[in-house]
Design a protein around this ligand. Structure first.
Ligand code: GLN
Length: 253
């Protein structure tokens, strides 16, 4: 039977707007596909056994929590870089997405240094970027849609050769100006979307499970699941996001 070991980094610190739901979605969907899952929570100071880690998940966090875990995270830089180069998948949301980059400057003007593995940096803007978002992901063939909820003060800017996860259709994404959302570097996916994200976007959940399986050369065909409810939730978020867009447009008119 196929088995995936998921390491959940800092669940006690990085967990905003339902991010833990991503873990629930990964576990539940894996179960439906007939895949065994082991979840290993990792708090600062705990060991990560990279030789058995198939997928690493990190959620979002407030500035104070980001600051709290940043040193511990940096102490893992070399091992993480090695694992990423070897093809390990990381899925990082908002605050932890920011920490994969070079630095994040908080609203207090404090610079939190990140891992510097993904070529991006983040600075706090004037206003918080909040609301439901819709993103077109054309790195996938055929292109896919992601829906989620964003709430961040940080504005993230990608290095010129770094690919965004998608293009913002509704919402703010990385910085509210260049229409990019998230980033993809090797098998690392960073995004601003909470919500939680995965229950409403089952295609991404399956993509992560598939990546984790192939990283360990586990040949396993995912089943075709009944996604009726997930698709309803996906469409409902698109409707919510589009009513938000109309509201924004009429306020500006
Ligand atoms: N503290 C960061 C910001 O405000 C990240 C917040 C989050 O993870 N939602 O930009």
């Amino acid at each position: 039977m196929a088995l995936i070991n998921i390491y959940h980094l800092y669940p006690g610190h990085l967990n905003l707007y339902g991010d833990r739901g991503n873990m629930l979605a990964l576990c539940r969907r894996a179960g439906w596909h007939g895949i065994d899952i082991a979840v290993i929570p990792v708090e600062p100071g705990d060991k990560i056994c990279f030789s058995s880690c198939d997928l690493l998940f990190m959620g979002g966090g407030q500035d104070s929590d980001q600051q709290l875990v940043a040193e511990d995270l940096k102490s893992r830089r070399d091992e993480m870089r090695k694992a990423i180069d070897a093809g390990m998948t990381i899925f990082a949301v908002c605050g932890s997405y920011q920490l994969l980059g070079h630095y994040y400057v908080t609203s207090q003007g404090k610079q939190i240094d990140g891992l510097g593995i993904v070529d991006l940096y983040t600075e706090t803007g004037q206003k918080r970027l909040i609301g439901n978002a819709v993103v077109n992901c054309s790195l996938w063939k055929p292109p896919r849609t992601l829906v989620g909820f964003e709430n961040h003060a940080g504005k993230t800017y990608l290095g010129s050769s770094l690919k965004p996860l998608g293009e913002v259709i509704t919402g703010y994404g990385n910085n509210g100006t260049d229409k990019t959302e998230g980033a993809v570097y090797k098998n690392v996916i960073g995004t601003y979307l909470h919500g939680s994200l995965l229950p409403k976007n089952p295609w991404l959940t399956d993509y992560l499970l598939q990546k984790a399986l192939s990283y360990r050369n586990q040949k396993y065909q995912l089943l075709s699941l009944d996604d009726t409810l997930e698709k309803q939730a996906h469409r409902a978020t698109i409707r919510l996001a589009s009513s938000r867009r109309h509201k924004l447009q009429s306020t500006r008119a």
